[in-house]
Design a protein around this ligand. Structure first.
Ligand code: RIB
Length: 279
């Protein structure tokens, strides 16, 4: 028949496809899955829990072999309750809460927050704002925790008024620029690059120069960072490789179901470009 029964299918749920973080992650997954004769079915759920549950149900009904869930609105326990009883292999990604029983890739996001903040402190900044999404996921909360305790370790008191929640998008970053300017912060740690790039645009529209007047550090190291002015200093995540690892882990789970839970810890690093000024 035309049907190739050895070919596996893996359902993948990501929060969105606009953020280049997820397109690069999916490129890594796709190329590794092609090598393993596996077909990814990719859906984006916009952090909408109802939609995610519906997609997961659909994956189950269609009989996928495994599921990769990135940045889900459903908490880890809910995913486990849904997938474990029916013996579907799954891998969680960007869900820093390690209670899963399934396989998991965890990024050292707290370290990322520390690296971003200490880079700004070493450049002489003391009034450092932080931009976070309105509904921060667990990984973003850890970036914020890293920011907070790095300030405290450097005898800079943590000021909740310097936390700026906004939409998790370029537009969100652009819209928060006015509040950042009012705060008189000399530097900003934006917990993802898309918001950082929008923020730079918003600051420039208000005639605030980056980095001469305000320094900005992002998080992710998406491909756009090299194409904005100034080029964005950020926290590097090995995004493409993370996609490859996600594929490898789910494939080894499918070939060896009795494997004990696999946990991959990923470290991050500072990528210096041109968006930070030394005071
Ligand atoms: O979904 C928000 C963020 O989580 C992305 O920008 C990336 O940082 C991911 O880890």
């Amino acid at each position: 028949s035309m049907i190739n029964h050895s070919m596996k299918t893996v359902g993948i749920i990501v929060p969105n496809l606009v953020n280049p973080f997820f397109s690069t992650f999916l490129r890594g997954i796709q190329s590794a899955m092609y090598e393993s004769e596996c077909v990814p079915i990719i859906l984006s759920a916009d952090h909408n829990e109802t939609l995610e549950r519906y997609y997961l149900k659909t994956f189950i009904e269609r009989g996928v072999d495994g599921v990769i869930i990135a940045g889900s609105a459903i908490e880890n326990k809910g995913i486990k309750d849904l997938l474990q009883p029916i013996h579907i292999s799954y891998l969680l990604f960007d869900q820093a809460d390690p209670i899963s029983g399934g396989d998991q890739i965890i990024v050292n996001d707290e370290h990322g927050g520390e690296l971003a903040t200490s880079h700004l402190i070493h450049a002489g900044h003391r009034k450092i704002a932080v931009v976070i999404p309105e509904q921060p996921s667990q990984n973003v909360k850890l970036r914020l925790a890293g920011y907070r305790h790095t300030l405290e370790q450097n005898q800079i008191s943590f000021d909740p008024k310097l936390i700026f929640p906004t939409g998790l998008s370029k537009m969100g970053g652009r819209q928060i620029a006015a509040d950042i300017i009012k705060s008189k912060a000399t530097a900003v740690f934006s917990t993802n690059d898309e918001m950082a790039i929008g923020l730079i645009r918003g600051l420039q529209e208000a005639d605030v120069r980056v980095p001469e007047d305000v320094s900005v550090v992002g998080y992710d190291d998406i491909d756009l960072d090299d194409y904005v002015t100034p080029r964005l200093t950020t926290i590097h995540q090995p995004i493409y490789d993370m996609g490859v690892w996600a594929c490898q882990m789910i494939m080894s789970r499918l070939s060896t179901p009795e494997l004990s839970p696999q946990l991959k810890m990923v470290d991050v690093s500072l990528k210096e470009r041109n968006s930070v000024k030394r005071l």
